[in-house]
Design a protein around this ligand. Structure first.
Ligand SMILES: Nc1ncnc2c1ncn2[C@@H]1O[C@H](COP(=O)(O)OP(=O)(O)O)[C@@H](O)[C@H]1O
Ligand SMILES: [Mg+2]
Length: 336
């Protein structure tokens, strides 16, 4: 069993098995009595299907029972959370802030604040310290890199220069009037134009949105701690996943290079949906079948050779011959 850490992150491109494997890891750890929270920050929400969760519960921690949700004989449980950017913002800002129309759009599942608020959500659960391990199922490709880099966005947004402008804005009495004096006439013209297109309230709402975000500056800044946890070998494990497919393997290499500044040596390259455990047991007599076996075997060997040249820690998870997600998860859980 790979030694569990405080935070475990599952990443890779689309469809390689991130959600399935992250859930199997939660099952593997929880079945040993470990206290686990599984969070998915992928708006695709496949976790919802696997664990039969309802959309209405997005943003709230659910307890998953091995017997009820996964049809298992053993009795244990773990917690799971479908990330909801809106619920996260409500938690830090209260019910009322979400009435702001621009924030309503920004906190939709793909509304632009998903990655930043995911950082805030993960930080919240890390700080609460209720779990031995938090497992993070991430969105594919660029969205995952955005998640890693959202700390940069936070730092930029709360730069002192902007903060100073905002302090002026807040103390400047009538906000619109202040804008008029502060900004050059070019920008004022632009804002007027914007307002003529978007309607009378847009600029006011826009300033209000910035205000709300600034009022919760501390929550956003504190979320930067997640980055420190991810960079610390004692506190995090990284699982970079590819399925047995040349294209997926090269896509994984691309993600690895983009995430390089965050990675420490406890990163594991997972080859998922591998046929070699099955091929090893299969000895066909007919030559046609034997040829198929050789072709598949060589394909995997090539991928393995590539992996061995480029990664230190390699894990293999076999193809599961069942279409039921709960069967896949439970069988994969045995390979940890
Ligand atoms: N080891 C496996 N054996 C068989 N099917 C798998 C395996 N891992 C994943 N799958 C299947 O592959 C598909 C994509 O898996 P998923 O976990 O949703 O990927 P991701 O989260 O990376 O997009 C699903 O249909 C899932 O059931
Ligand atoms: Mg997924």
């Amino acid at each position: 069993m790979i030694r569990p850490k405080k935070l475990e992150i599952f990443c890779g491109t689309g469809g390689v098995g991130k959600t399935t494997l992250a859930t199997s890891r939660a099952v593997a750890l929880a079945s040993k009595g470990h206290k686990v929270l599984l969070i998915t920050i992928d708006p695709a929400k496949r976790l919802k299907e696997i664990l039969k969760l309802s959309e209405a519960r997005a943003g709230k921690v659910e307890t998953i029972s091995s017997k009820v949700h996964l049809n298992m004989q053993d009795d244990f449980s773990f917690d799971a959370l479908l990330m909801s950017p809106r619920e996260t913002f409500k938690r830090i800002g209260g019910e009322k802030v979400i009435e702001n129309p621009i924030l309503k759009i920004l906190t939709r599942p793909n509304g632009g604040m998903n990655e930043i608020l995911a950082l805030v959500e993960v930080d919240h659960h890390l700080s609460q310290n209720n779990y031995e391990t938090i497992i993070l199922d991430t969105p594919p490709g660029q969205h995952f890199i955005d998640f890693l880099e959202s700390s940069k966005k936070i730092k930029l947004f709360f730069k002192k220069i902007y903060l100073d402008i905002f302090q002026h804005l807040k103390s400047g009495g009538k906000k619109r009037k202040f804008f008029t004096t502060l900004l050059s006439s070019g920008i004022k013209k632009l804002l007027d134009l914007l307002e003529s297109i978007t309607g009378a309230h847009f600029v006011t709402e826009f300033i209000e949105t910035i205000g709300i975000v600034y009022n919760h500056k501390d929550d956003f800044i504190k979320a930067l701690e997640v980055q420190e946890t991810l960079k610390n070998k004692e506190l995090s494990n990284w699982f970079l996943i590819a399925s047995v497919d040349h294209k997926k393997i090269s896509e994984a290499a691309e993600i690895k290079s983009k995430a390089a500044s965050f990675l420490h040596e406890d990163n594991y390259f997972i080859i998922n949906r591998s046929w070699s455990p099955h091929l090893a047991k299969w000895q066909p007599k007919e030559s046609k079948m034997a040829n198929i076996r050789t072709t598949l075997w060589n394909r995997e060997r090539e991928i393995m050779d590539f992996a061995e040249k480029n990664y230190i820690n390699i894990l293999q998870f076999g193809e599961i011959f069942s279409l039921l997600p709960e069967d896949q998860v439970c069988q994969l859980a045995k390979s940890w």
